[in-house]
Design a protein. Sequence first.
Length: 91
Amino acid sequence: MTERMIENRAKKLQEIESQISTLQAQAEIIKSELKADLEDKWVDELKTKNFIIRWKEIISNRLDGKALKAALPEIYSQHCRESASRRFTIV
């Protein structure tokens, strides 16, 4: 790609990401309204003609890596594994 093409693609990407952010903010507002309605009605599930809306508490147990590292650093280091990833950014 030429530099001009790269510039155009980067600008287009920024525009699309801005639109995504705007839509996500709008979606969060609607979710908050629905959650508030469920709370007002003291229910965690609401059925309509076309949808079932749920807002339930989910409890899960996860390993606390910081606490394990502080309490048993040898065991933590024996079972710790490295992970790698790549990050794409445009500044």
